[in-house]
Design a protein. Structure first.
Length: 307
C-alpha cells in the first residue's frame, strides 16, 4: 500500500465532505471513489481509462472476461466498453478507495511518437482490458495530481504534463505493447476502435456489420473475429448493451418513462425492450430506474467544492 498516496486521496475526500461515493475533481477526467461496503454488480460504460485501487478490491466482467484487482493494482481499459464492475472488498475500517483517470488517445499517441524505442506490439488482438501492478513512478504521478488539486490555478498548466508522464510510464512499462496498440495507426485494435466509435454514436440505428467492417477497413469475417477478441462480445451484443445503458441513463437522469427510453434508443417495441432490459439487469426497467435514482443521489451527485 502506498501510504502517502492513500493519505492524500483520503484528505481530499474529507475536504469534499467525506462519506462515500464518487468524488469528482477539478481535473477533467480524474475522479475518486470511496465505499465503506461491498457493492452489487453495476453495469456501465467504461471509457478508455486507468483505474487504480489504493485500498480494497474490485472486479470487472465483460463478455466472457473476468478481472480482479486490489490494492496498488490497476485496470487499464483501451476501448469504451459496456462492462459490469463490482467492489468486492470494503468496510468501515478498511474502505475501498480508488482513482480513475480517463485516457486521451491523442496524448498517448504524442508520447508514443517521442519515444526513441517504442514498445513492440504483438499482432494478436486480445481483450481490451488488463490488470497491472502500480509501480512507484506511476504512483508518484497520481500523488502529484492529487496534490495539484490544492492549487486550482495551476491545474490547466501542470495537469497535462503529469498526464503525459503517466502515459510515458505506461508505455515504457511491461504492458507498453498493449498501450501502444491503442495509439498505433492501422493496428487491428485501432481499426476496430473506429467501428466501436461509430457504434457509440449511432447505437440507435439498425446495425449493419458490413458497414462497421468498411469503417475498420477489414473483411466482415476478419472484423467480426477481431471485434469479438477485443470486446468478448459480438457487434450485435455490444450494440444492445449500449442501447440498454443509454435507456437506463435516460430514465435515471432525464425522467424518461419506459416507452420513451425504449424508442429513443432504437427499439420499436416497448415490450421487447422490457424483456431484454430485465434479462440483462435482472430487474424490470421501472423498478431499476427508481433504484438507480436512489444510488445516483447517494453516490454520484456530488460537485467539486471550491477551496
Amino acid at each position: 500500500m502506498n501510504t502517502p498516496l492513500l493519505s492524500a486521496v483520503t484528505a481530499y475526500i474529507e475536504d469534499q465532505g467525506g462519506g462515500q461515493g464518487l468524488f469528482p475533481t477539478a481535473i477533467e477526467g480524474f475522479n475518486i471513489v470511496r465505499s465503506f461496503q461491498s457493492m452489487m454488480p453495476m453495469r456501465n460504460i467504461y471509457r478508455p481509462s486507468l483505474c487504480v485501487v489504493l485500498e480494497g478490491a474490485k472486479e470487472l466482467r465483460f463478455g466472457d472476461e473476468h478481472l480482479n484487482y486490489r490494492s496498488m493494482e490497476c485496470l487499464v481499459v483501451s476501448v469504451g466498453l459496456p462492462a459490469t464492475g463490482r467492489i468486492v472488498e470494503a468496510s468501515t475500517t478498511t474502505p475501498y478507495v480508488g482513482v480513475m483517470i480517463d485516457f486521451d488517445v491523442a496524448t498517448v499517441r504524442e508520447v508514443l511518437e517521442q519515444l526513441d524505442t517504442p514498445p513492440a506490439q504483438s499482432d494478436a488482438t486480445g481483450p481490451c482490458a488488463f490488470i497491472a501492478k502500480v509501480d512507484q513512478p506511476l504512483a508518484d504521478c497520481i500523488l502529484r495530481l492529487v496534490r495539484l488539486l490544492e492549487t486550482p490555478k495551476a491545474i490547466p498548466i501542470l495537469a497535462p504534463s503529469i498526464v503525459r508522464e503517466i502515459c510515458y510510464w505506461l508505455l515504457s512499462g511491461p504492458h507498453g505493447g498493449e498501450i501502444c496498440k491503442l495509439a498505433c495507426p492501422e493496428s487491428n485494435i485501432e481499426r476496430v476502435v473506429r467501428a466501436v466509435a461509430l457504434l457509440h454514436t449511432n447505437f440507435a440505428e439498425t446495425l449493419r456489420v458490413d458497414k462497421l467492417a468498411d469503417v475498420a477497413r477489414m473483411s466482415p469475417s476478419s472484423f467480426h473475429q477481431h471485434f469479438k477478441a477485443l470486446t468478448s462480445m459480438t457487434p450485435l451484443q455490444f450494440q444492445k448493451q449500449l442501447r440498454l445503458l443509454e435507456a437506463r441513463r435516460l430514465m435515471v437522469t432525464k425522467a424518461a418513462n419506459v416507452a420513451e427510453a425504449a424508442y429513443k434508443v432504437g427499439y420499436e417495441s416497448a415490450s421487447q425492450f422490457s424483456r431484454e432490459y430485465s434479462r440483462t439487469f435482472g430487474i424490470a426497467p421501472k423498478q431499476d430506474a427508481l433504484h438507480q435514482q436512489r444510488l445516483h443521489n447517494e453516490y454520484a451527485s456530488r460537485t467539486v467544492r471550491s477551496a
